[in-house]
Design a protein around this ligand. Structure first.
Ligand SMILES: [Fe+2]
Length: 182
């Protein structure tokens, strides 16, 4: 990741390199610690696996219980979503206008598939577990410390955009070599 950020700063070239790294990561399902793979009965979980010391990128595991999903939201930075276990449904939207949100398309991601978001290629979506009787897990890579970035979600009740900061389900990242070196 560090090499990719230094040598391929243009977004499309950078995403190609991150896509290759994420594809290799999710090709094997023998590394995610159980603590970062725990589903919750009430809502999806996002566990911080690693955040770059300069907050240039973060790696997060999303764990969806049966039927769970996100609200419609944006990211404000680039992001790649790779399915490690199960399958996901991604619904894409145009950036909302005043009081209106336009759904564009929905696609299903099977194990090993990768989806992309960013303000330049399309930044609004909702993601759901495609499985109704089993958890699904995806590994996400973002161009920032995604749990601490102020972004927006679509409030279905008021038909308007409101700010949110997602946070993480764990207090400390699973993989933090820069912290251990201090
Ligand atoms: Fe998202």
């Amino acid at each position: 990741m560090d090499d990719a950020l230094v040598t391929a700063p243009a977004e499309d070239a950078l995403l190609e390199r991150v896509d290759a790294a994420l594809s290799a990561l999710i090709a094997h399902d023998d590394w995610l610690p159980p603590a970062c793979a725990q589903a919750d009965a009430t809502r999806y979980r996002q566990y911080l696996l690693h955040v770059d010391a300069a907050a240039r990128y973060s790696v997060v595991s999303f764990v969806w219980g049966p039927g769970q999903g996100t609200p419609i939201h944006n990211h404000t930075v680039w992001g790649l979503i790779g399915v490690l276990r199960g399958a996901e449904l991604c619904t894409e939207y145009a950036a909302p206008g005043a009081g209106a949100l336009v759904r564009q398309r929905q696609h299903r991601l099977e194990r090993g598939a990768i989806d992309r978001v960013s303000p330049t290629i399309g930044d609004w979506h909702a993601v759901h577990n495609a499985l109704t009787e089993a958890p699904s897990i995806s590994i996400h890579v973002y161009g920032g410390d995604i749990g601490r970035i102020e972004r927006s979600l679509w409030d279905e009740a008021t038909h308007s955009v409101r700010p949110f900061v997602s946070g993480y389900a764990n207090d400390r990242p699973w993989f933090a070599p820069h912290e251990a070196a201090r």
